[in-house]
Design a protein around this ligand. Structure first.
Ligand code: CMX
Length: 437
């Protein structure tokens, strides 16, 4: 059986050749135009980034190396005894474009488990932080501190050659992904359950099996399976989203993967991006409190209008690229349908009812280009049902997941020798001058 590194070694030359050919034969081909609206509108719609692992179609949603979410659910190996694809299987696909065998996926799990414990100074750092510091800030700090042991940074200082960059980057990326569960679980324990002892990394478990175990939910196989699906699904969403783009931008300066991904986490921590899943649950709970037991179509509709009229966005709805319901939302909803206890859960029912009503209200409101639910509309309610009720923590789980895609691209950026990212900017005066000429 080939290892992950051996598989990558095999696929890299063809990609390098493809890049060389694109540069040589099509450098001057035009793929779109830059309008003033792109410059003023957060670069929305601008085709300006290279990203290998996934492409987001506005109508059908994400594909990972051409595979849709249902395709991935069919072909990517689950954990022993489980049904949902593992984070390792998704990581393998993202990195290599190939579907791993169950054996390869298990080997990767074993490799990550061996690397999974945190260095002592990082546990000390995290333990010294106040409980009141947002869990995302703590995660970003912990990830940045792990750069103490960056192999890429050390090798760069020694003066390695460019073609060797990717191997050290891969080592850092795997080390970081391996350590995220212990780091994220430690933050959870410290902030919410300081009385609990922390499990250490179990060498026989997959990454998410360990994460669930360290969070204190190891006995709940349903939640562990949900987390596997959640983490695989959130792994990558092409390159332009704020967290992935941040990792790419910072990484393009040859910052090591730890500090590049730390920066990405702080982009994920914003309410228009990853923090939305915390906001969704807060908002749905407030709706539940206000409506009480009398949940009707009209009551939900009124609450939606109340939110919009107060000038707030409806969290979990809309998207920068997508123009249809998010297939990640659909996959997580399907998970709910397979389990009677989830179907009976009041909060899950409320999320489902809201998803039936909100699109029409948002259409009538007439602002958002996409009135449909995104993944954040539903991702938190299953966690809540199974007892992971601290929704301030939810973006941390997203942060554990998004490492799969953002770090994959860092490996590819080094393997392809991608340059420093440096777009051109204009002041409004300069722009007006440009338009006149
Ligand atoms: N509720 C109310 N208004 C919304 C809206 C929503 N859910 N989504 C968009 N709008 C508004 C925008 O605020 C904007 O209004 P202004 O013109 O007054 O500024 C207008 O509709 C046009 O926005 P858009 O082009 O449709 O959306 P953007 O690409 O600018 O923004 C997003 C995308 C996700 C930030 C936005 O839809 C939003 O704020 N949604 C709610 C937060 C959310 O769910 N975020 C999670 C996204 C997924 C993720 O990254 O994790």
């Amino acid at each position: 059986t080939k290892s992950l590194k051996e598989t990558l070694q095999e696929v890299i030359p063809a990609k390098q050749e493809q890049l060389k050919k694109l540069k040589a034969e099509h450098s001057q081909a035009v793929v779109g135009e830059v309008k003033v609206e792109n410059i003023l509108g957060g670069m929305r719609g601008l085709k300006a980034m290279l990203w290998e692992a996934s492409v987001l179609d506005p109508n059908e949603g994400i594909r990972f190396h051409g595979l849709t979410i249902p395709d991935c659910q069919k072909v990517l190996p689950p954990a022993p005894g489980g049904k949902e694809m593992t984070a390792e299987s998704m990581l393998w696909l993202l990195l290599t474009g190939k579907v791993p065998t169950p054996e390869q996926s298990r080997q990767l799990s074993a490799e990550l488990a061996v690397k999974g414990e945190l260095p002592h100074f990082v546990t000390q750092l995290i333990d010294s932080l106040p409980k009141t510091l947002h869990p995302m800030t703590q995660l970003g700090m912990g990830v940045a501190a792990l750069n103490h042991d960056s192999e890429f940074q050390a090798a760069y200082e020694r003066g390695i050659k460019k073609p060797e960059y990717w191997t050290y980057t891969l080592e850092d990326c795997l080390n970081l992904i391996a350590k995220l569960p212990a780091l994220a679980a430690r933050i959870y324990r410290n902030v919410y359950h300081p009385e609990r002892s922390l499990e250490s990394v179990d060498k026989s478990l997959d990454l998410v099996g360990n994460y669930s175990n360290m969070l204190g939910f190891g006995q709940n196989e349903h939640l562990t399976e949900y987390l596997r699906l959640y983490i695989a699904l959130h792994g990558d969403h092409e390159g332009g989203n704020a967290s992935a783009h941040t990792a790419h931008l910072v990484g393009s300066t040859l910052s090591d993967p730890y500090i590049s991904y730390s920066a990405a986490l702080f982009a994920l921590a914003g309410p228009l991006h990853g923090l939305a899943n915390q906001e969704v649950l807060r908002w749905q709970m407030a709706m539940q409190k206000e409506i009480g037991d009398n949940i009707t179509h009209e009551n939900i509709k009124d609450y939606l209008w109340k939110t919009l009229k107060s000038g707030q966005v409806v969290p979990g709805y809309g998207h920068g690229v997508l123009r249809n319901p998010d297939p990640r939302f659909i996959a997580l909803q399907e998970f709910c349908k397979t389990r009677p206890e989830l179907q009976a859960s009041p909060i899950i029912q409320l999320v489902q009812q809201t998803a039936e009503i909100a699109p029409d209200v948002l259409k009538e409101h007439g602002k958002t280009k996409n009135p449909y639910p995104n993944v954040d509309a539903t991702s938190g309610c299953v966690l809540y049902h199974y007892g992971l009720t601290e929704f301030k923590y939810y973006t941390v789980i997203f942060g554990v997941s998004r490492a799969l895609g953002a770090l994959t691209q860092l490996v590819w950026a080094r393997a392809l020798g991608l340059p420093l990212e440096r777009p051109k900017s204009y002041s409004m005066d300069a722009l007006q001058k440009l338009i006149k000429n």
